[in-house]
Design a protein around this ligand. Structure first.
Ligand code: NAD
Length: 251
């Protein structure tokens, strides 16, 4: 019996990368996991199968985020499968086109805010009536909102900065219900999001690994394990926090 037995979790973007590692870890801990995906049904089903093969329970949940009505569509798909939620992980996100301020178009800005900020805001808002007292909201942020500015990721960083404010503010609102709200902030993690500049460039890989005294690039499971702590009862006295998940001693 795991520490999350009897709990239900929803992980947005749970079919690959960090979201998949979170979904698999929460499943191993005993939660019934809704593995949300946007378009890749095969990947979502693979994640569900991996959870089941490890002895857990999960189901895939489709909803495109960043479009009008996205949160309502997600919850209607969720309600068709189960009722009540204990752990909401707002993980789905896009990095968008890398460019400094002069190159960022209004379309780029609107799109990245729609997926990274507006979607988690309304997914959470509409999820509140399903989220049980004592529950958890965990938002996946980034190191870029604190101390590691990257000018060519200005719009992306702003979307996550807004998510950080959402996190600390919502924590005050939901505290009386025993619900904690925290942000987890990864640094460089080896996922498809970074495939272009990281995986195929040994020099980029080496410099990214050297940022951490632990001497390696982050792996999705490094983040999944931190999220698992925040999802568990062990973290009940931690709320409104931005939790460093970078493997870096000092930024
Ligand atoms: P990824 O690209 O592998 O995964 C992103 C997930 O979000 C995918 O499952 C994707 O399908 C989903 N998604 C994206 N847009 C969507 C949409 N419009 N509708 C529905 N689903 C959508 O990347 P990842 O690295 O696993 O990213 C997960 C989270 O971690 C993101 O919020 C990202 O900003 C954050 N993050 C990643 C890193 C890193 O280095 N990889 C660092 C800091 C923060």
């Amino acid at each position: 019996m795991g520490v999350l037995t009897g709990k239900t979790a929803l992980v947005t973007g749970g079919s690959r990368g960090i979201g998949r590692a979170i979904a698999e870890r929460l499943g191993r801990d005993g939660a019934l996991v809704a593995v949300h995906y946007g378009r890749d049904e095969t990947a979502a089903k693979e994640t569900v199968t991996a959870i089941e093969e490890a002895g857990g329970q999960a189901f895939p949940l489709q909803a495109e985020l960043g479009v009008p009505g996205d949160a309502a569509a997600l919850w209607s798909a969720f309600d068709a499968q189960t009722d009540g939620l204990d752990i909401l992980v707002n993980n789905a996100g896009i990095v968008g086109r890398r460019d400094r301020l002069p190159g960022v178009t209004e379309e780029d800005f609107d799109r990245i805010f729609a997926v990274n900020t507006k979607a988690p805001f309304f997914v959470t808002k509409l999820g509140l009536e399903r989220l049980r007292d004592g529950g958890r909201v965990i938002n996946i942020s980034t190191v870029l909102t604190r101390g590691a500015a990257s000018p060519d990721l200005i719009a992306y960083s702003m979307t996550k900065g807004a998510l950080d404010v959402f996190t600390s503010t919502l924590a005050k609102d939901l505290g009386p219900r025993g619900i904690t709200v925290n942000a987890v902030a990864p640094g460089v993690v080896d996922t498809d999001m970074n495939a272009g500049w990281l995986r195929n460039d040994p020099e980029a890989w080496r410099t990214s690994a050297e940022i951490s005294p632990l001497g390696r690039v982050g792996e999705p499971r490094d983040i999944g394990d931190i999220v698992a702590f925040l999802a568990s009862d062990d973290s009940r006295w931690v709320t409104g926090q931005w939790v460093d998940a970078t493997g870096v001693a000092l930024l």
